[in-house]
Design a protein around this ligand. Sequence first.
Ligand code: NCD
Length: 324
Amino acid sequence: MTELRVVGGDLVPPSSDRRHLITIADLERGDLERLLATASSFALSQSRETKKLPTLRGRLVLNMFYESSTRTSSSFELAAKRLSADTLTLKAAGSSVDKGESLRDTAQTLAAYEPDVIVIRHPEAGAAQFVADATDARVVNAGDGKHQHPTQALLDVYTMKDAFGRLDGLQVAIVGDVLHSRVARSLVPALRLVGADAIQVGPPPLLVPSLCEATHDIDAIAGADVVYVLRMQKERMLAGANFVPSLREYTARWGITPERVRDGQRVMHPGPMNRGVEIDARVADSDASLVVDQVRSGLIVRMAVLYDLLTAGPVSVEAAVEVA
Ligand code: NCD
């Protein structure tokens, strides 16, 4: 049987000892390139029959999820397991959080197990930084309120590179509820770092003009290589606020239907999708859709992030190589 091992390479190593991934602003272009290269090395390991690497044996990854999650929580857990780390997953429902325990108390209680990495998702902006300040662990932000979701941006950029073979000059149209989206707030600066361009399209009250060029005109997606669709994030909207007249009208004006997708364009969505609202089922299930690829990228990109935070680097594109 062939064995996989991680080897050093010549990409620039990460700079300091205890690092976190809280916002895309934590990264420079070289960091992002190193993470993408590490992820593609791990992609190789995931195409084998035996998918587990011994790299993080004996390390502890603690997942704290204070908000619903399917893709993000499952991929972080699997990523840690595929690297042989121990994992502990805390979901707020069913834990002492139900009994009113504060984030500081919960984080410090679990920090007694000396986790190497804490992955946290929380409805409040700033929660990941708070845990980084309150514990000795490296912290990965898995989504804090409408602030940031950096690993989502990394997996999206990885997926685009895989689909198009390049990032430089790529045009991405982000369609929908940008105002409440931590995904958009991470994706736009990540695209900028790699020389790609973003515009946002949707109802004006749901756009953030300070982020990148914004328009209400759905025809503006015609020039994009990628149509990146966002859900109406109702749980993050202020109670009583009316951002669109009705979902039916939203769908009519901004819904991504087969008629609105031109040949050669690819469609992405971070999930969860509301079929029939922001995206037509025929688009979601078409060959243009990269949604399943995004989920697959999520695993290897999160393996790369965990690996990167826990090793001194450097790691090369050939990180996972076959040996006799
Ligand atoms: C996103 C999130 O939770 O920020 N989903 C995800 O992580 N895959 C997007 C959303 O909630 O709409």
